[in-house]
Design a protein around this ligand. Structure first.
Ligand SMILES: NC(=O)c1ccc[n+]([C@@H]2O[C@H](COP(=O)([O-])OP(=O)(O)OC[C@H]3O[C@@H](n4cnc5c(N)ncnc54)[C@H](OP(=O)(O)O)[C@@H]3O)[C@@H](O)[C@H]2O)c1
Length: 172
């Protein structure tokens, strides 16, 4: 199971100003890449805060939302297709996806859920869109003590001011 972290980041390494800020500052080219990469993966995993900022199910992909209160959200969104709330661990989620025939999944934030997967060395690739913005404060891509080595796989200028970087993680 290949786990692909996909994030838009400011030049100072922030993914949001605060937990409830929607990702509406990254531009059209980044949005297009996000849809392409996540649809290709087939499934997305996110935290409940990120789900709230998106405010809807991402169509054409299995949406897995991590929360400590899955029954609360499941009742609220009963009947929604392709949407599942879970308090399973990252490894249990990946195993279920594998059992269901998925070969890859996109990890789409936020900082807390990214960090949970990173701390357990579960991320295989990172796509970062470097957006021409600086927030000065806010949420980091990852938090907690980490020491990850990466290899640059490719880079693409996706519009006048943004670069998409693709890194592969060197597993310890
Ligand atoms: N720039 C980008 O590309 C990008 C992408 C995605 C998100 N974001 C931004 O990131 C921000 C949200 O990030 P965040 O770090 O605050 O929150 P988050 O990672 O999206 O979600 C945190 C929530 O996940 C649940 N959770 C955490 N650990 C868990 C565990 N072990 N098991 C089950 N559930 C667990 C909890 O939900 P409950 O409280 O429900 O239990 C927790 O409140 C938003 O502003 C969003 O816009 C930016």
């Amino acid at each position: 199971m290949k786990v692909i972290l996909i994030m838009a980041m400011t030049l100072d390494g922030k993914i949001a100003k605060h937990s409830m800020e929607p990702v509406d500052w990254t531009g059209t080219a980044d949005k297009k890449k996000f849809v392409e990469i996540t649809k290709n993966a087939g499934a997305v995993i996110m935290g409940s805060s990120t789900f709230k900022t998106i405010g809807q199910v991402l169509k054409g992909r299995r949406n897995i939302v991590m929360t400590k209160e899955p029954s609360f959200y499941s009742n609220q969104f009963a009947g929604s297709d392709n949407l599942e709330f879970t308090d399973k661990s990252p490894t249990q989620i990946l195993k279920s996806l594998k059992d269901d025939g998925f070969e890859s999944v996109a990890l789409i934030g936020g900082s807390k859920i990214n960090s949970l997967f990173a701390a357990q060395n579960l991320i295989d690739e990172i796509y970062i869109t470097l957006v021409p913005k600086i927030f000065g404060q806010g949420l980091c891509l990852l938090s907690g003590e980490l020491d990850i080595n990466l290899e640059l796989v490719e880079m693409e200028k996706i519009d006048n001011n943004s670069i998409l970087l693709r890194y592969s993680l060197i597993k310890p």
